[in-house]
Design a protein around this ligand. Structure first.
Ligand SMILES: C[S@@+](CC[C@H](N)C(=O)[O-])C[C@H]1O[C@@H](n2cnc3c(N)ncnc32)[C@H](O)[C@@H]1O
Length: 444
């Protein structure tokens, strides 16, 4: 059990401000990057835990404070403190899941109240935070009973998201929400240019790290751990990649000498996979220069940079700025999307997205796809990929693409992959993805 560290008040306030950042449209990673480095690690642990359980946090806050607190940091601080108080009390009743932050109730209340004093915008709400937390301590069972039935609490997702999944998947929506709430396994893809899967599994076993092979080049660890502590990280023996994402590159059947475009490449997971599969001439493109820098770092670590690899920080919709007019044999369109299929790995996404984001994303995807299609050689292939489970970004997008482009012939591909947890048959499970493969018909 953690006893109150002197800095807990600082960590609570920092985590609350990062969570408030998510409320205002920043990803949690972006919001955490803005924090002072001394509080970042503890705020990261608290805020990730909070995002995994934010339905309960906000449910308790709604039950105990009917009117929305006047600023987002205060709202997040109240929610976070209530959540931590509940999980700490619960930890005394049953063993908590690994990684659950646990405090003594007295210390937590004390530090939460102290946290309000650290910032001018929250300082006048010391009494409110104190009163709310103490009332929860007194009336816990009744408050939990009043809170538990709300769909946001039961399923731990925003209401519009729950409704959207219920509509799209009337039979499976509850299973999908539960899968998003589970902790994902740590899955790797072996860099077969650098080593073999057997050699990596043996190197892990040598350090008592249990792992299992899956798919063509995948390994799933028995127990997740920090990736930089695994053998072979610096040597580029493997990349972290979900089992579902590992299906993308092989679908394109790249062969030596092909001209390949990876049009939405960052951070480079599938770029690296394509380069591991064949000796191709590859252009990796991403509109975000900072994310493009990560592609370079990743390819460098994997020893995959070469004169045949071109990295371009530009938009796929502005081809005239970077395309030489020579068609590509293969185009990977791993489109920007709501990321609704990878919530178990990015727990902030379900709170970050707004319902209107879906239509906006669909429009951007359509523009990117139409621009890319003009670059596909006759007989060449384009893979439409997203990590979403909303049909608008998947099957509906693929059908509308087919209607706009009569030369596009659909080829077999997995279509909508719904997230699944590991089981005996699929030891790695997988996130939610959509894949549609097209070839450009040869001219008659
Ligand atoms: C799903 S991520 C790609 C993941 C990547 N393929 C991988 O496997 O690691 C989508 C990417 O599309 C990029 N993007 C968004 N709009 C774009 C555009 N107009 N042109 C090119 N890239 C774009 C984003 O910056 C983001 O990095």
């Amino acid at each position: 059990m953690n006893t109150a560290a002197p800095a807990l008040s600082h960590s609570l306030l920092a985590a609350a401000s990062a969570i408030a950042g998510v409320e205002s449209g920043q990803s949690l990673t972006e919001a955490l990057a803005e924090l002072p480095s001394n509080v970042r690690p503890s705020a990261q642990a608290l805020s990730f835990f909070a995002m995994r359980n934010w339905g309960l946090a906000m449910g308790l806050r709604h039950t105990l404070v009917e009117r929305e607190p006047p600023n987002a940091t205060l709202n997040a601080l109240v929610g976070l403190s209530l959540l931590l108080l509940e999980t700490s009390v619960r930890a005394g009743e049953q063993t908590p899941a690994a990684g659950t932050p646990v405090y003594t109730a007295h210390a937590l209340v004390d530090q939460a109240v102290e946290a309000t004093q650290l910032q001018r915008s929250t300082a006048s709400f010391k009494g409110l935070v104190n009163a709310v937390l103490r009332r929860f301590q007194r009336e816990r069972q009744a408050v939990l009973a009043d809170t538990a039935d709300a769909p946001e609490v039961r399923f731990n997702h925003a209401r519009w998201w729950i409704d959207a999944l219920r509509k799209a998947y009337p039979e499976q929506w509850e299973r999908l929400l539960d899968a998003a709430n589970a902790h994902p396994p740590l899955t790797l893809r072996v860099n077969v240019r650098a080593t073999s899967r057997e050699a990596v599994i043996q190197a892990f076993a040598h350090e008592q790290i249990g792992s299992t092979a899956f798919g063509e080049a995948g390994i799933v660890l028995d127990v997740p751990r920090p990736v930089t502590t695994l053998p072979g990280y610096a040597q580029g023996w493997w990349s972290v990649q979900d089992a579902g994402a590992q299906l993308a590159a092989p679908l394109l059947e790249v062969r030596d000498g092909m001209r390949v475009l990876d049009a939405c490449a960052a951070p480079g997971g599938k770029t690296a996979h394509l380069l591991e599969l064949a000796d191709v001439e590859l252009t990796a493109l991403d509109v975000d220069p900072a994310r493009m820098a990560r592609v370079e770092q990743n390819l460098e670590r994997l020893r995959l940079l070469s004169p045949k690899v071109r990295l371009v920080a530009e938009s796929a919709t502005r081809a005239h700025l970077w395309w030489d007019g020579k068609p590509f044999d293969v185009v990977l369109a791993d489109l920007p999307c709501t990321a609704s299929g990878i919530v178990s790995r990015h727990p902030d996404i379900r709170w970050l997205r707004r319902e209107s984001d879906v239509q906006q994303t669909v429009k951007l995807q359509r523009e990117i796809l139409d621009s890319l299609w003009s670059m596909v050689a006759p007989g060449g292939k384009l893979l439409l990929a997203t990590c979403s489970i909303f049909p608008q970004e998947g099957e509906m997008q693929a059908e509308s693409f087919s209607k706009r482009h009569v030369q596009a012939q659909r080829l077999p591909a997995p279509g909508q992959l719904l997230p699944s947890r590991p089981d005996a048959e699929h030891p790695a499970g997988h996130d939610g993805f959509f894949y549609a493969l097209f070839t450009r018909r040869m001219q008659a």
